[in-house]
Design a protein around this ligand. Structure first.
Ligand SMILES: [Zn+2]
Ligand SMILES: [Zn+2]
Length: 363
């Protein structure tokens, strides 16, 4: 480790505490990176999505759930060393204090509060403000600098309440009792949130899941998520699943795999479904606007709640959000961090491939 000179004698400038680099956000006085996109010696990870949590670091500090999710996705050897970050407890590295605070994004997701020499920067990671029965809710933290994503940082993105979207799904199931409803949802977080919302709406039949999301769903169940009876889809039995709900990775809704169900209704749960053209392009018959990211209004509300004097925007619609900050008198800048984005778009579908291979031989 690179030993830093003690810097507590004077206040740090923000640009001394966190620096955007090609590997990710670097904190020189602690010599750690937050959500690095390249292998580094020491990483602090906000949550388990594949664009933030990558394998191959020397050491990882993250919440217990995020560490478990990384182990499930990459295997136990995903990092050299691991250290558990307890929500609300401060860890000192060098002259810097780090505290993990719930981000409301997926199970185990956290903002990371970075504090040194009287300066406090909050790295929010991905976050949302809408209630999610499967993870702890976002907690705003007062800070000097708030670092935010802007995935849905345009006025067109105003997410309707998720339970209303799930009600549309259940209404369609009622109207088309012979058809299988196939819902594309990201394997980590979105899928389990949709299942939990389906249960909250009173639906009691088993929910069927694609093999690619079985491990993560089992993990959510073991962590106490109320998902009811979950059954893994057996390829040979797809024909018998008329009238049932099947949840699968977004990449699977257009696969041959999906076409073996009786007269399937194709659905997709995503904030992107707000854009009709995007739904049409993906062949989605029943778009459900369910997002695990803050919408335009919630980005603004969150920025105001933090009372930060300066906003840094990591990824997404950075220019639009930076512009809005200017209109309300806040200093703001885009960080142009590369490597982050919609994890679902790039999600590895290795499990899909093996399932398809099984299909091909099973006839
Ligand atoms: Zn994420
Ligand atoms: Zn992300």
């Amino acid at each position: 480790m690179i030993l830093a000179r003690p810097r507590t004698a004077r206040s740090l400038r923000p640009s001394e505490l966190l620096i955007p680099t090609p590997a990710g956000l670097w904190c020189p006085p602690a010599d750690i990176y937050i959500d690095p996109v390249r292998p580094v010696d020491r990483a602090l990870i906000t949550h388990g999505h594949s664009d933030h949590a990558r394998a191959g670091h020397g050491a990882v500090l993250a919440t217990r759930e995020t560490l478990a999710i990384m182990a499930l996705r990459y295997g136990e050897g995903f990092t050299g060393e691991r250290q558990e970050a307890v929500i609300g407890e401060t860890v000192r590295i060098g002259a810097v204090d780090f505290t993990f605070v719930p981000a409301g994004h997926v199970l185990g997701s956290a903002q990371i509060v970075v504090e040194s020499g009287g300066l406090r920067i909050v790295v929010s990671g991905d976050y949302k403000r809408e209630r999610d029965p499967t993870c702890a809710g976002f907690e705003p933290v007062r800070c000097d600098i708030f670092i935010t994503e802007a995935t849905f940082g345009l006025p067109v993105f105003r997410h309707p309440p998720a339970h209303g979207e799930v009600a549309k799904l259940l209404e369609s199931v009622r109207v088309f009792p012979e058809r299988t409803h196939i819902v594309g949802a990201y394997s980590l977080g979105k899928a389990q949130r949709v299942m939990a919302l389906i249960r909250e709406a009173g639906y009691e039949r088993p929910i069927h899941v694609h093999g690619a999301m079985e491990k993560l769903t089992d993990f959510y169940l073991s962590e106490g998520a109320v998902l009811g009876e979950i059954r893994k889809v057996v390829a040979a039995e797809r024909k018998s699943l008329g009238g049932e709900i099947v949840i699968c990775p977004p990449s699977a809704i257009q696969d041959l795999w999906a076409r073996k169900f009786p007269d399937p209704v194709t659905s997709f749960a995503s904030g992107w479904m707000r854009i009709r053209a995007r739904a049409r392009q993906k062949g989605v018959e029943l778009p459900l606007i369910v997002s695990d990211h803050a919408d335009w209004d919630d980005l603004q509300a969150t920025i105001r709640e933090t009372q930060a004097r300066e906003i840094w925007v990591t990824h997404g619609e950075a220019e639009a959000l930076v512009h809005w900050c200017g209109t309300v008198g806040l200093k703001a800048k885009p960080l142009h961090l590369v490597g982050y984005g919609d994890e679902g778009e790039t999600e590895s579908s290795g499990a899909d491939a093996s399932l398809e291979a099984a299909d091909a031989t099973a006839v």
